[in-house]
Design a protein around this ligand. Structure first.
Ligand code: MLT
Length: 264
């Protein structure tokens, strides 16, 4: 499906007709990161997963930033006819969820923050982003995919499911260089969302793989401590792409969380 937002078009997929849950992928993914959630929770929810600008089937347009991505999410909610949704973001998708909370909080019925963090990049982190921008421009998405895969999945997944590792690497490798560079610029400029944590007053679930080395469980514990009444689930044997690595476990905690939402 297509959402038109001014001069931009955004691709999204949707299923089911229950509680709307809008899924935001990480870097450098597309909406298919959430394939197991689109199929796995459609009997109890209305899962919607978008391709952020420059990823998947959404063309790159304008200048990417977490705020711009958040506005894109709001536009997809409009196109899908959804006033309020649970926003589920993995890693960069979590950074977008924080921006959506700052800019469009009336649209947020709950939050699922998967394998993410509140803090901004450190100076060393920004230097690594700049190196990755140069790599993307010089050697393309394949080289970025190879570099990013080093931390994308946990050691258990590497041993247990090499075909999933290849599948995820192929997803990373098919993204556009414009989308990748735009996202890296957005990532290195993103603000610290720590001050927002105390303002979050909607039901919030944190999910993290216990083998996540990019956004380790301690980051989710910080979110859990900062967000009043939130819930934290650590998935054993999953790394950074927990929703794809342990889909049944992820869907189980997600379904359980959705069942506890106040009726609207
Ligand atoms: C992601 O998966 O979205 C990235 O690892 C986020 C990041 O690099 O900060």
């Amino acid at each position: 499906m297509i959402a038109t937002c001014g001069d931009r078009t955004l691709h999204y997929a949707a299923r089911g007709d229950g509680t709307p849950v809008l899924f935001v992928h990480g870097f450098p993914h597309d909406h298919t990161l959430w394939a197991a959630q689109l199929d796995g929770v459609a009997d109890v929810a209305r899962p919607i997963a978008l391709d952020l600008r420059g990823f998947g089937a959404s063309p790159y347009a304008g200048q990417a930033s977490m705020d711009a991505y958040a506005d894109d999410v709001a536009c997809v909610l409009d196109a899908a006819g959804v006033e309020r949704a649970v926003i589920a973001g993995l890693s960069m998708g979590g950074y977008v969820a924080f921006a959506l909370w700052r800019r469009h909080r009336a649209r947020v019925r709950g939050l699922v923050l998967a394998d993410t963090r509140a803090g901004a990049d450190t100076e060393a982190g920004r230097a690594t982003r700049r190196e990755l921008i140069a790599l993307a421009r010089e050697r393309g998405a394949d080289a970025v995919a190879e570099r990013m895969m080093e931390g994308m999945v946990g050691k258990s997944t590497r041993t247990r499911a090499p075909e999933l590792v290849s599948h995820l690497q192929a997803m990373l490798a098919r993204q556009s260089v414009d989308g990748i560079v735009g996202a890296l610029e957005a990532l290195l400029a993103r603000p610290d969302s720590t001050p927002d944590l105390a303002t979050i007053d909607v039901p919030t679930l944190m999910v993290v793989g216990d083998e996540d080395v990019l956004t380790p469980p301690r980051e989710s514990r910080t979110l859990h401590e900062g967000i009043r009444g939130s819930r934290l689930e650590v998935l054993a044997g999953a790394g950074h792409a927990s929703a794809a690595e342990r889909p049944a476990a992820f869907n189980h905690v997600l379904r359980d969380f959705l069942a506890t939402l106040p009726v609207e």
